[in-house]
Write a protein that binds this ligand. Sequence first.
Ligand code: MN
Length: 308
Amino acid sequence: MTKLLVFGHQSPDTDTITSAIVYSHLKQSIGEEAEAVRLGEINQETQYALDYFEVEAPRLLEDMKADHQDVVLVDHNEFQQSAVNIKELTIHGVIDHHRVSNFETEGPLYMRIEPVGCTATVLYTIYKEHQVEIPQHIAGLMLSAIISDTLLLKSPTCTERDIEVANQLAKIADVDINTYGFEMLKKGASIDGMSAADIVGNDAKSFELNGHTVRIAQINTVDPVEILALKDDLLQNIDERIERDNYDLYMLVITNILDNDSIVLTKGLTDKVDAAFDVKVEDSEALLKDVVSRKKQIVPPLTNAFNA
Ligand SMILES: [Mn+2]
């Protein structure tokens, strides 16, 4: 039997890490061989969830290179967000909730992509289809992923289905969604021990928009002032990344999870930011009112601005 390596995107978030663990558990439960791995460091929010439910972090792949031929992608499908050698690997499956872009395979595969707020919501449905019981720690990890991706069920990406699944999972995990969720998000929003480089690279993803490479990082906070105090260092680090990796535009999105607005620090083709969000970037900074979701509220208008 083929052993499958299961992993999510680079700069892993809670959904990516837990979905790799959860899908491997599901595969093993139906008699298949699977191992969860990761392409980057575990963030503080994810670590809180892993510690709370007493689960080990997946093994780190060195150089973000999958050391095994047969893989399943969770929580992403775009090749530039995946293992660096993804084009040489055999992709057996994709479980995701993002747009499909820059994706092709040589052989047939299992693809399961639904327009919901979180990969965990899709995974829950697959557990039900296989009639596999969800153990408490797995339910806890899936719930953590939903809370993380939907900012405690408040993000515009959150669907009725996410809410329904989160409530089912909270029962199995035996936690109160709001109490547990707020503690977890607060942990993830802490910049204690983070350097300017850590903040600028937090949850960063690349997007190809009309021939331009756009890098968008995002960090949640309960206190944007604390992060903006580091503005000079953050902008300098953004410049270094643009220089090193040839980005056409870099956006660091600082999302206030209490009032659901974001402040963006940005360098490069910032006139595209102006056009996309009807703002004026001044001193490399702009306020994006009521914007919290990169996927739903940042990438689509930016795509339009680059295509205009
Ligand atoms: Mn996700």
